[in-house]
Design a binder for this molecule. Structure first.
Ligand code: SF4
Length: 250
């Protein structure tokens, strides 16, 4: 039996966050997540159909029956980008790695069909799952999920440590993103940043202001404090807000 996955939507747009901001990607948004951030604004509930948007147009989509097979997903991607011109395919969510059995089947088939880069947007907690598909992943965008922003306040430092190790051991181009608002805790951020310190020559840290609609929830003083904290650890920080929200893009 081929694996199938529930997908929320597939669309072409620009990457709105961090290191690859502005590059054109195809986004494949998987349903479901293994954690619960209190700032999550993404609809990741199961649905009978996925929305397949045509060419940047948010009012123009086809409904496709869920769950989809690897072959169906490849066909949808090819339909959106027949000339193979996008920068990469963003596997996003939700948490894409909870669909590991599907990805193990999809990714080798996809890479045989196209040479487009695979860009994994992840909460950085499922290291073992990553190890099963690492050879097919070109770029990892990994979040550091501070416990104070999780509904259950769970400390995920160990999960993050193992995940970063997997990325580095598999030579995956990786960067780390951390979302903060005015209430971030300096000591907590300091502890999480320590996880990146051993890799400071290769892995950059992106501080992303939390947003509500197009309103930023962190002031310049707090942003500067987070920035200086990164620098004090020898890290190379950059502050980048979510550009797609400012541009009213998906
Ligand atoms: S990891 Fe991402 S998808 Fe999951 S709850 Fe947090 S913000 Fe939402």
């Amino acid at each position: 039996m081929p694996q199938r996955a529930y997908i929320k939507e597939i669309f072409k747009s620009i990457q709105g966050e961090a290191e690859y901001v502005g590059y054109e990607q195809i986004f494949v948004r998987f349903i479901g997540c293994n954690i619960k951030c209190n700032y999550c604004d993404t609809d990741i509930n199961k649905s009978e159909h996925l929305k397949f948007y045509k060419n940047w147009d948010l009012n123009n989509y086809e409904s496709v029956k869920n769950p989809v097979s690897p072959e169906e997903l490849i066909k949808l991607i090819e339909k959106l980008d027949p000339e193979n011109s996008v920068h990469s395919i963003s596997l996003t969510g939700g948490e894409p790695l909870i669909n590991i059995d599907f990805l193990k089947e999809f990714l080798p088939k996809f890479k045989r069909a196209r040479d487009t880069k695979i860009f994994l947007e992840t909460n950085g907690t499922l290291a073992e799952e990553l190890s099963g598909i690492a050879e097919y992943v070109d770029i990892v965008s990994m979040d550091l999920k501070l416990a104070s922003y999780l509904e259950d306040k769970k400390n995920l430092m160990n999960e993050h440590r193992l995940f970063l190790k997997q990325c580095v051991e598999n030579n995956i181009a990786t960067y780390v993103k951390v979302v903060i608002d005015n209430n971030f805790n300096q000591e907590e951020l300091n502890n999480y940043l320590a996880l990146v310190e051993p890799y400071r020559n290769n892995i950059k840290v992106y501080i992303q202001p939390m947003m509500q609609g197009d309103k930023m929830l962190v002031n310049s003083e707090k942003l500067r404090a987070a920035f200086e904290l990164c620098k004090s650890k020898g890290l190379v920080p950059r502050i980048i807000p979510q550009i797609h929200k400012m541009l009213s893009l998906n």
